[in-house]
Design a protein around this ligand. Structure first.
Ligand code: FAD
Length: 392
């Protein structure tokens, strides 16, 4: 891959909306990505391997538990800082951002929000430092967009619970030390359970043959009569809204992350369009190429404003799930369209691993599906504005 010459577009001077702390956090993550992700990511994506050597650095830039209080090892940052870290990581690669999103919002988040003090103290510092990696098990072979139908279940055996079932498409699963797993009790109510590697009957086979998020490791979580100690149930919330609230936090991060991928594609295409000559002039001088680039920067700017405003609402505790759905859906779709257009600007070079664009495009095909598909987020907006539920 070529040297990373990335320069972030900021067409509407959005930096003026950021505090000094936001800029410091963002710039630290940006430099870290340039130094540590860019030089190796193509090789890892090509060989479909997760670069585990990045884990310590991710912890150091505050990517694990960005908004978890410092007393539990988190970075104690606000929601905009969290978003900016996700943006920078996904500028490097959506797969690396996925690892951090899952760790922060889907593992540390529920343990912090729904766990008791003993659980917080036991798990959060290890997850924040990267000593432990976590995964989040909601999706099942027969239940993706409709997780309420899940079949994974646990039974109260008196001194422990017995867990049976399977989750699939789980990020970080093959390397996780701990998994937050959603399962139904005998009454059919959904609870979160903390499952630890080494528990008998718990296995995490890797899912191979992905053309997308190749630098992120994905797998199954299989529970075959796994004995779960009673103290491993998350006591403070149950029902489907518990995992859905976790997804809100992760989806919010994705709405920023997608901007990172889009910015990288735009910046690459802009530089290429100014350097590449055909018919005796730079291709960036042709109106058709200018239209593509002008529309890209317009869409990135709109997405940046959406994410920033959502972050401000989140900091005030006012962001709704439907607002988060709108931003996730819009920004991922924007990024995927930009990746496809940017790839065309580079002609044949657009499909080469010399540049990041094709990798971003392939990654975004997962990002547009996971954490609620593009269609499902539209229906959430539809429900919110009409009051009529298309899921029933
Ligand atoms: C790389 C990767 C990593 C992932 N990581 C995780 C993870 O860490 N943890 C986890 O729990 N899950 C994870 N997932 C799973 C992901 O969240 C699901 O794939 C997603 O929720 C969609 O579920 P599905 O694939 O079963 O698709 P389905 O639900 O079967 O949907 C198929 C199609 O039908 C459409 N559809 C479904 N219902 C409706 C409806 N009511 N109206 C209109 N259209 C509808 C969908 O929009 C979609 O286009 C991951 C997925 C991928 C690809």
């Amino acid at each position: 891959m070529r040297p990373d010459l990335f320069e972030a577009p900021d067409y509407y001077n959005l930096d003026d909306l950021l505090t000094d702390e936001h800029k410091l956090v963002r710039n630290t993550a940006r430099s870290w990505v340039k130094k540590n992700i860019s030089p190796i990511i193509e090789e890892y994506a090509q060989k479909s391997a997760f670069p585990e050597q990045l884990i310590n650095g991710l912890a150091e830039v505050g990517a694990f538990g960005s908004y978890i209080p410092t007393e539990y090892g988190g970075a104690g940052l606000d929601q905009i800082s969290y978003g900016l870290i996700m943006q920078e990581l996904e500028r490097g690669d959506s797969g690396i951002r996925s690892t951090a999103s899952v760790q922060s919002s889907l593992v540390m988040g529920p343990i912090f929000n729904y766990g008791n003090e003993a659980q917080r103290k036991k798990y959060l510092p290890k997850l924040a430092s990267g000593e432990w990696i976590g995964s989040f098990g909601l999706t099942e072979p027969n239940h993706g967009s409709n997780p309420g139908g899940m079949e994974t279940k646990f039974k109260d055996m008196g001194d422990h619970y017995l867990l049976n079932g399977a989750k699939m498409w789980i990020s970080n699963a093959p390397i996780c030390n701990v998994a937050v797993v959603w399962a139904k009790n005998e009454e059919g109510r959904i609870h979160g359970l903390i499952v630890e590697r080494g528990m008998e009957g718990f296995s995490t086979p890797e899912t191979k043959n992905k053309w997308s998020l190749r630098a992120s490791i994905t797998g199954e979580l299989i529970f075959d009569n796994v004995k779960i100690p009673k103290e491993n149930i998350l006591p403070n919330k149950s029902g489907l809204s518990a995992p859905l609230k976790c997804l809100d936090a992760a989806r919010y991060g994705i709405s920023w992350g997608a901007i990172g991928a889009a910015m990288d594609c735009y910046d690459t295409a802009l530089r290429y369009a100014k350097e590449r000559t055909q018919f005796g002039k730079p291709i960036g001088q042709f109106q058709l190429q200018q239209k593509k680039l002008a529309e890209m920067v317009t869409e990135i700017t709109k997405a940046q404003l959406l994410a920033w405003r959502l972050g401000a609402l989140k900091n005030e505790g006012k962001a709704t799930s439907a607002q988060i759905s709108m931003a996730k859906r819009n920004n991922v779709d924007m990024a995927l369209k930009i990746a496809r257009e940017a790839r065309q600007i580079l002609g044949a070079m657009g499909i080469s691993g010399e540049y990041s664009i094709m990798r971003h495009a392939m990654n975004l095909e997962s990002v547009i599906t996971y954490e609620g598909t593009h269609d499902v987020h539209l229906l959430i907006t539809g429900l919110d504005i009409t009051g009529l539920n298309a899921f029933k």
